[in-house]
Design a protein. Structure first.
Length: 573
């Protein structure tokens, strides 16, 4: 089933989202903080959650300023906060047509919604006469064929209770009634209607929504026995990720808890190797990391004053570049997020069940280069397996060459609520301006290096007439000034070979080179300042272009209006 569009209705700060078109591969939802991006994903997640213990609750999730008023007017549990429109694919139709016959649907589009009472409702055009004809095919050779299940039930009842003077005729009618009843049971099963049978066949193919945010991150230490003994529905988001990590390494519970050290250690190394391989495939910031998983014994007091021994699973990262190992919770926020997501997603990657990934502001802790790595991970790995919908307000997480993926969120306040918008004109205009007019250096293949000096000149001593020049105060104690030059395409290879340079890919396709002597905070700051300068120049150029574009519109309007009056004059004459 291919998700085509979504509509959210009265969920948190969203009143009417409007129809939101969903791309078949990647959809990017962009908006300010508190604009409604997370609410949109959470409504989708509750439609058919992959994780347990996730449901709709009108008291908690219906718009707070309307909940009491609307509860007096209607039963809020009957309200549908989310509706998804799907396009049924060939593999979805095969089991349906096998049971109900070809032509069971008048079209292959179906809209499915879910109520605050957590019940599904669906709307599809079912061709009932076609299904009844399929059930009766080969059995009714003469006379009219029933066109509905009710007519078929009445016919079966009439034939089964009929009595004729000719006993052979009576037996033939009752045999026909029995055969029709068997054919009906084969097609509909225990369902009383075609609609219910159709839903029973379709429900297993309904995609699940896998939601991942900061609260799903892997803990550095896990009580392994409790983790393995708990049922999945009783696990919190972090524990679910830990369970997925064990599954990724093909962990065997018996081996993990084996008292023999060598057996247990080998199993832990298998888990570590599996996740290390996954991480390094898309983490270019530091390719010399490796995962270490170990198990320790920890004593904890019980309620009766005794001591119990707990097996704790510990996760550490060894950095071969700096010959240092750190606990997982001491690594950078961005790395912990990326590592945790890989572990959590692995549970669904090799699962045949359909799934749609929802990522709430992924990679906020990643710098520009790592965010580019994550976008590559989405394109090359995630979207090949299943559709991805993610939210962001980072310019580095929006790909200018793929603006058709972008959906804009605007918060209109209590009267309107949050709406998810898309403007084809905006996409075409932004792409045209960014690639053709505002940033011609991108088209020419020009790259931008940054030369930075610590303790640089004071701001009032800078010649701002020089292009791309600005002094900035870095997050570090010292002042930092950076000057950006243009480097032609033909010289790019020289900069690529310079190992003293750090390289950051920009969203518009340009590349920023920086000396590798600065700390990460300074590098991130320079990259952000560089991007802000580019955007400010683009905005200025866009304003000039828009102004000049307005002039011919006025001229054409005056000319057209004049021609209209001239035409009227000729008509009167």
């Amino acid at each position: 089933m291919k998700l085509v569009s979504v509509e959210v209705d009265h969920f948190k700060n969203i009143l009417k989202s409007g129809t939101v078109a969903i791309q078949s591969d990647v959809t990017c939802v962009v908006g300010k903080n508190e604009s409604g991006k997370t609410a949109f994903l959470q409504a989708l997640h509750r439609f058919n959650p992959a994780q347990p213990n996730v449901n709709f609750n009108a008291q908690r999730q219906y718009p707070a300023w309307l909940e009491k008023q609307h509860r007096r007017q209607k039963n809020l549990d009957e309200h549908c906060p989310v509706a998804c429109t799907f396009e049924l694919e060939k593999s979805d139709l095969e089991p349906v047509e096998e049971a109900l016959g070809r032509g069971v649907l008048k079209n292959t589009t179906i809209t499915i919604s879910r109520t605050y009472g957590n019940e599904f409702r669906w709307d599809a055009e079912i061709n009932e006469p076609s299904v009844v004809a399929h059930i009766a095919s080969g059995l009714l050779t003469g006379g009219p064929t029933p066109t509905s299940v009710d007519d078929l039930n009445k016919l079966i009842e009439t034939l089964g209770s009929s009595t004729h003077a000719d006993e052979a005729q009576t037996a033939a009618d009752r045999t026909l009634a029995s055969n029709l009843a068997d054919a009906r049971t084969k097609a509909l099963g225990e369902c009383p209607s075609i609609g219910e049978r159709f839903w029973d066949l379709l429900l297993p193919r309904l995609p699940q929504f896998f939601y991942f945010d900061d609260y799903s991150q892997l803990p550095a230490s896990v009580k392994i026995r409790q983790l393995l003994d708990k049922k999945k529905r009783d696990l919190n988001p972090g524990e679910l990720t830990a369970r997925a990590l064990l599954a990724l390494g093909g962990a065997d519970n018996e081996y993990l808890l084996n008292p023999d050290y060598e057996t247990r250690k080998r199993e832990l190394e298998n888990i570590a190797n599996a996740i290390t391989h996954q991480v390094l495939a898309f983490w270019s910031t530091n390719p010399e990391l490796r995962t270490e998983v170990d198990m320790t014994l920890k004593q904890e007091p019980t309620s009766n004053g005794q001591q119990q021994v707990l097996d704790e699973l510990k996760i550490r990262l060894y950095d071969n570049r700096h010959l240092l190992s750190l606990s997982f919770d001491e690594r950078s926020t961005g790395f912990r997020w990326f590592f945790s997501f890989l572990a959590a997603f692995s549970e669904y990657e090799n699962n045949s069940s359909p799934v749609i990934i929802l990522l709430d502001e992924p990679g906020l802790g990643l710098h520009a280069r790592a965010q580019a790595d994550f976008l590559r991970f989405i394109d090359e790995r995630l979207s090949k397996r299943c559709p991805v919908i993610y939210t962001t307000h980072s310019p580095f997480m929006v790909q200018p060459g793929k603006l058709e993926r972008v959906r804009l969120v605007q918060d209109g306040g209590r009267e309107i609520g949050s709406r998810i918008l898309i403007s084809v004109l905006w996409i075409i205009g932004a792409g045209f301006v960014a690639y053709i007019i505002i940033a011609p250096d991108t088209v020419r293949g020009t790259f931008q290096p940054a030369g930075a000096t610590k303790g640089g000149v004071e701001p009032w001593k800078i010649d701002f007439s020089k292009p791309f020049y600005e002094t900035m105060r870095s997050p570090s104690v010292e002042k930092l000034s950076a000057q950006f030059f243009e480097v032609e395409w033909k010289d790019r290879s020289q900069w690529d070979k310079d190992r003293s340079m750090a390289v950051v890919e920009m969203p518009d396709g340009s590349r920023l080179y920086m000396h590798d002597q600065y700390n990460e905070a300074d590098k991130n700051y320079i990259a952000q300042q560089f991007w802000d300068q580019r955007r400010s120049r683009w905005g200025h150029a866009a304003g000039v272009i828009a102004g000049w574009a307005f002039v011919p519109c006025i001229v054409l309007f005056i000319l057209g209006y004049s021609l209209l009056w001239v035409g009227r004059g000729f008509k009167q004459a």
